[in-house]
Every structure is written in C-alpha cells, then in structure tokens.
Design a protein. Structure first.
Length: 194
C-alpha cells in the first residue's frame, strides 16, 4: 500500500470502535426520543402548542443575545445586518409567545421545510454509514424517507393540518429517529471491536 492511499480497514475499525465505545449513549438518546415521540403522538395539539412556545422562547432569547452582542461589536462590519437579524428574532419570538395558536400555521410551514431537510440529511447520514460499513444504516434511511413522506402529507392537508401537525409529526419523527438510534446502538454493542 502506498503512503497516499488511506488504510480503509483501519478507518473501518476506528469507526466500529467509536460506535462500540459509545453505544450506550446512542441507546439512551434513542429511548428518550421514542418516549417523547409517543407522548407527542398521543396529544398532538398540546405538543404543537409546546413546540410553538419553545420555539418562541428560543427566538426571543437568541434575538436578545444577538442584540446585546451586536451592540457590543457595533463597529464591526455587518452591524446593521446583524441588528436586523437580532431584532427580527425578538419580534418573531414575541409573536409566537403572544399568539402561539395562530403561530402554529406559520410553524407548520417551517416544520414542512424542516422535515424535507431532515429527511435528506438522514438519507445522506445513512449512506455515509453504509459506506463505512457501520451497520443498521437502513433504519436511518427509512427514517429519512418517512420524513419526506410526512412533509408531503402535511403540505397536502393545509390549512386544517396546522392545529395538530407539528405535534404529531415531531412525535413520529422522534419515534422513527429514536428507533433508528436504538437499532444502531444495539448493533454497535454486539459488533466486534476487533
């Protein structure tokens, strides 16, 4: 083997060892996602409201922090763009917190975009694991495909789907993503680290 060629077997062993060492973390995350996902599926309107409120707080807090840091660096390039971005985050966060139910429709559009991006990312993640032969990559592939199907279903049912879609879809996504992590963790646990 020349010095320019990577040691494929060595890289595969390193990936397998890393997965084997951390399988308990993957398992714990997977179990938590499955439990939270089932709760969201059982009460989707409440989960929708909860997601809207959490996002409202995230926007508000990030916007306030952005305003603070922007004013601290007011002589840096891009000050006005940074100021506009931070102010927009404060406004969006405030609106979501003030009217979380009416914000659910807009968030449903955001969730549709999220599931499209998440689906593509999960599929690419699965293909990367397939290439590294880390096992059980098919579960992550299925998770990505399900994300894309869910995005299409919600978009097709607008506007009536806005009341429950966020909570239900986030719950389903969490169950599939958690199941994929559990499957990968159990495979990594049983995989030979040698």
């Amino acid at each position: 083997m020349s010095a320019n060629q990577p040691d494929i077997a060595g890289i595969q062993r390193a990936v397998a060892n890393a997965l084997h060492r951390h399988w308990k973390l993957y398992l714990a995350e997977g179990i938590a996602l499955v439990i939270l996902g089932f709760i969201a599926i059982l009460v989707p309107p409440i989960a929708t409201l909860a997601v809207t409120i959490v996002l409202g707080w995230l926007f508000l807090i990030s916007g306030v922090m952005g305003l603070f840091t922007t004013f601290m660096m007011r002589h840096a390039p891009g000050f006005w763009w940074s100021l506009v971005s931070a102010a927009l985050a404060v406004i969006v966060g405030g609106l979501l917190l003030a009217r979380p139910i009416s914000g659910a429709f807009s968030l449903t559009l955001v969730v549709i975009a999220f599931f499209i991006i998440e689906g593509v990312a999960s599929i690419m993640f699965a293909l990367e694991h397939k290439r590294e032969l880390s096992g059980r990559w098919g579960w992550m592939l299925v998770s990505g495909i399900v994300d894309l199907i869910l995005a299409a279903m919600v978009f097709g049912g607008l506007p009536s789907t806005a009341a429950w879609a966020i909570g239900l879809l986030v719950g389903i996504n969490m169950v599939f993503g958690g199941s994929a992590l559990i499957a990968m963790a159990l495979h990594a646990r049983n995989a030979s680290a040698a």
